[in-house]
Design a protein around this ligand. Structure first.
Ligand code: NDP
Ligand code: 2IT
Length: 462
């Protein structure tokens, strides 16, 4: 039974609001203290509640109630020894949220802040994001409260091996396929893949983001940042605009930020800022290819801090302890972490003339910030739509691994562009409001929800 979506979900009536309030009260009661998870769920529930109200079977089948209950949560001890010979204990997680449309798929985050709430919010978001990619991937997320920052390669390797020694029994090419996220890049994927292969005695595409000579897809490192720029281009086009000559503020200096900056610059924009958790740099002349190469070397080879950019390029200023949002820009691309744009930041951005916010990170804008953007009717896309290029290209890596062949960079890039255009079209379909404003939050949430909900109903009560 395929349920055709109705398109007029614009108004939330009183009955719908009562449903949302009761749903959220129950969720908070069952998952106390998990603030990030509550925040991610509320955003989706507010978008899809009119759909749920329109179809009684969705309520009878408790589709939404099932979606917020992970299919499985795995938590485990990760013991390892540091370079001084001291025993260290971290906590490992894998939240297998939803497998209605494909094997579990989602990144692994290594950061001191990782806890169950953050894992569940990310796995929940991933479920909708993966549905939007048009590829058959369920939603998951994993990680640990281990921070690779300041650790030696040997320590990172020992940690990754211990982490994978437990995780390997829960994953597999047709079961669950992890990848990178904050604190997990090529180095960490390499150590985890090596241990997986050793313990399971198989060479399959069970992790994505692998090295270029052992199964990694070309363009996977670039995919999230590039995909966010392709999505932003599509948004800008709805207003007859482009990146050409625009001032862009980017937060973060990691994988997503680096390639968002490179693509935005190559599309003719002036990229003014990058940041890390210690502060941000402002380069009034904008990035260029030479400066980008410096950033790649600084962050990916030397694992240095972004403040060093201002030492290398004296026209740039470094602002410790601050985020970049007060620098006037046309386009903002948050590419660091959750809740990094708060209400006051959003007001500053809009007051300074910013008219496009494209999220590279997951849930970087607070609900209050989103309300400011949408209230001002500026272009605003949630991460689950605009950062989906990363996991989409992971899906393309899985396909190449299954076929045991490798596509060219041009072929992968073309597929990525098509996927981002399709996601944008889905947002337009479900998110265009009566006055023509495109509510990308509603569009992305309803499009992702319809796909997963229908698959769940068709597969029965599991
Ligand atoms: P990286 O670890 O490569 O880079 C993260 C960057 O964000 C670093 O500059 C880091 O600074 C900064 N950052 C991390 N945590 C914080 C914090 N609490 N406050 C301020 N700055 C912080 O990660 P990615 O670039 O891969 O991920 C960035 C975002 O993009 C995350 O939200 C992730 O979930 C999302 N994402 C990633 C995808 C991918 O393919 N990698 C795909 C889709 C989304 P510092 O060095 O100081 O920690
Ligand atoms: O948040 C994300 O989409 C990612 N970290 C990428 C996940 C993946 O499986 O490539």
């Amino acid at each position: 039974m395929i349920i055709e979506p109705i398109l007029d979900f614009t108004r939330m009536d009183k009955q719908t609001k009562t449903y949302v309030d009761a749903f959220m009260a129950d969720l908070i009661r069952k998952n106390p203290g998990e603030n990030e998870f509550h925040q991610a769920v509320r955003e989706v529930v507010e978008s899809v509640a009119p759909v749920v109200m329109a179809y009684p079977y969705m309520r009878e089948q408790k589709v939404l109630e099932r979606m917020v209950e992970p299919e499985r949560v795995i938590m485990f001890r990760v013991p390892w020894m540091d370079d001084q010979g001291e025993v260290q204990i971290n906590r490992g997680f894998r939240v297998q949220m939803n497998s209605a449309i494909g094997p579990y798929k989602g990144g692994i985050r290594f950061h001191a802040s990782v806890n169950l709430s953050i894992m569940k919010f990310l796995a929940f978001e991933q479920t909708f994001k993966n549905a939007l990619t048009t590829l058959p991937m369920g939603g998951a997320k994993g990680g640990s409260d281990f921070s690779p920052r300041g650790k030696s390669d040997a320590e990172v390797m020992r940690f990754c091996q211990s982490f994978m020694t437990e995780l390997q029994r829960h994953i597999g090419a047709d079961t669950d396929v992890p990848a990178g996220d904050i604190g997990v890049g090529g180095r960490e994927i390499g150590y985890m893949f090596g241990q997986y292969k050793r313990l399971r005695d198989e060479f399959t595409g069970t992790l994505t983001g692998k090295g270029q000579h052992w199964g990694g897809s070309l363009m996977r490192p670039e995919a999230t940042g590039y995909g966010a720029c392709y999505f932003a281009e599509a948004m800008l086009r709805t207003r007859g605009e482009s990146f050409e000559g625009k001032r862009v503020c980017i937060s973060g200096a990691g994988n997503v930020a680096q390639f968002a900056a490179q693509k935005a610059m190559r599309l003719g924009a002036k990229v003014l800022t990058l940041s890390d958790s210690d502060g941000f740099i402002y380069d009034p002349e904008g990035l260029n290819e030479e400066k980008m190469n410096y950033v790649f070397e600084l962050k990916n080879v030397r694992r240095g801090r972004i403040k060093e950019y201002a030492q290398k390029y004296p026209q740039a200023q470094y602002f410790p302890g601050e985020r970049p949002w007060r620098i006037p820009c046309d386009i903002a691309m948050p590419c660091a972490t959750q809740n990094e744009i708060e209400k006051a930041d959003a007001k500053t951005l809009v007051n300074n003339g910013c008219f496009c916010v494209t999220e590279g990170a997951n849930m970087p804008s607070t609900p209050e910030a989103i309300a400011i953007f949408q209230g001002a009717k500026i272009l605003y896309s949630p991460g689950k739509a605009s950062n989906a290029g990363g996991v989409a290209t992971s899906g393309l890596e899985m396909t190449q691994n299954s076929m045991r062949l490798k596509w060219t960079a041009e072929e992968v890039d073309q597929r990525l562009r098509t996927i981002m255009a399709d996601i944008h079209a889905a947002c337009l379909k479900y998110g265009t409001e009566e006055d023509g404003y495109i509510n990308y939050v509603k569009g992305a949430n309803i499009a992702g929800f319809m796909k997963v909900a229908n698959a769940m109903v068709e597969q029965g009560l599991v």
